[in-house]
Design a protein around this ligand. Structure first.
Ligand code: GRF
Length: 217
């Protein structure tokens, strides 16, 4: 089976990128990462990608007239690498509507909240301020509104007494690193169908998921 040629956009640490790269090391995994692009030349994730033998590029937004021109350069870099599908992994720049339109339902993102709650920046702090007892993370298809789009997979993460945004973020990352490879696998296996604002995941037998973990694939 041909593996889905995936490009990953990052801005920093790249721990989710690392989880995706690790998953793709398995020859049976239905996706491969063919390029990693950062808008920050010093993004730590770039080093990890290079060490894994993956082509990387960094583009400096200051060299471009506007967001559209910058996004066009990202688009060209992805296409030059024959990318079919894009994962955002801590990519801290808003994508232009034009870019998203050029990759219709071909971009996914991971966000550290149970969307549609707590969109945007500081999702962990937002969750703590709201007093939720269960937080979580979401992988979703990217649509023009920030942190919106059909949800592919979510994982629940408990909020514990005394949590700070940092301790919650650390616990969240453990879940993120399982969830993102899971979502990419589902996509690569052709099991994700977009149905308006939702997704339908093929091949689930309808059994109730165990507490706190959804989906149980
Ligand atoms: C993660 O918390 C992710 O959910 C959010 O940005 C963070 C990126 O972390 N979109 P990393 O660069 O993958 O370590």
């Amino acid at each position: 089976m041909a593996r889905l040629k995936t490009g990953v956009l990052i801005s920093g640490r790249g721990s989710n990128l690392k989880a995706l790269i690790e998953a793709c090391r398995d020859p049976a995994f239905p996706a491969e990462i063919v390029t990693v692009i950062s808008n920050k030349a010093d993004a730590a994730g770039l080093t990890f990608a290079r060490d894994a033998g993956i082509a990387t590029a960094s583009l400096d937004q200051r060299a471009f007239a506007d967001r559209a021109a910058f996004d066009l350069a990202i688009d060209e870099t992805l296409r030059a690498a024959h990318v079919e599908f894009v994962c955002l992994a801590g990519y801290m720049r808003l994508l232009s509507d034009g870019f998203i339109a050029r990759w219709p339902d071909r971009i996914i993102n991971i966000h550290p909240s149970l969307l549609p709650a707590f969109r945007g920046l500081n999702a962990h702090a937002q969750a703590l301020a709201a007093g939720v007892k269960i937080a979580g993370c979401t992988v979703h298809v990217v649509r023009p509104d920030v942190d919106s789009g059909p949800i592919i997979a979510q994982a629940a993460v408990p909020v514990l007494p005394g949590d700070t945004a940092d301790t919650l973020a650390d616990r969240m990352l453990v879940a993120e690193h399982k969830l993102y490879p899971l979502a990419l696998r589902l996509w690569g296996e052709g099991r994700v169908r977009i149905d308006g604002d939702r997704t339908i995941i093929a091949g689930h037998d309808g059994e109730a998921p165990p507490l706190l973990i959804n989906p149980p694939y």
